[in-house]
Write a protein that binds this ligand. Sequence first.
Ligand code: PEP
Length: 233
Amino acid sequence: MKIIAGNWKMNGSRSGLAAMQKSLGEIDTENRVVLCVPFTMIDGAGGPAAIGAQDVSCHDHGAFTGEVSASMLADAGAKYVIVGHSECRMYHGDTNETVHAKAEMALSVGITPIICVGETMQERDAGKTLEIIESGVRESAPNDGGDVIVAYEPRWAIGAGITPTEEDIADAHKLIADILDSMGRGGTPILYGASVKGANAAQIMSIPHVDGVLVGGASLKPDDFIPIIMATK
Ligand code: PEP
């Protein structure tokens, strides 16, 4: 069983989500499928895919215009939330510290945070990949308080149509697994994300410690997403 999570970013519609759920209802898979959609779609169409959000406030409630709290997400039916996505780190100033607070908020209401970590191109070129991954996991993942998912997303490969080598993915995932073990979080699922598509999904998911994938662009249409889900049953 793998976890196949889609990140719709700022795309899609309620009718598109209903159509996706209908298509997902027609396939036979033991994989766990999650769709992280814009806030406006969270209470939309039910179906086989669990619904997640793409961000959450690190505050509980109050004067934080434009923010959505974890309890509001739970109220709308979200079971998962992505925290620390590269685009939130880049455009909204998320840091490991705020990502940690967001993950704790999610856990406090029973939502599973999908905690994203990964290096920029500049960090990669400086030979800092493993260091960034290590600090990302240690500082972003809460030590206790329920199950989490970690997603390794090399930031330079997101939406770029390129992926790291299999060896690089294997090294990153082994490091993350070891760190989680040392934090008392052994067995935490670790997803790979960035430029996953039908053509490379099976190979990526055969790499040790890759427990599933986080998919951006290729999660928007059933014709692209279903081959990824079916790449490993
Ligand atoms: C993402 O944004 O989380 C992602 C993995 O994007 P893409 O699959 O389009 O690279």
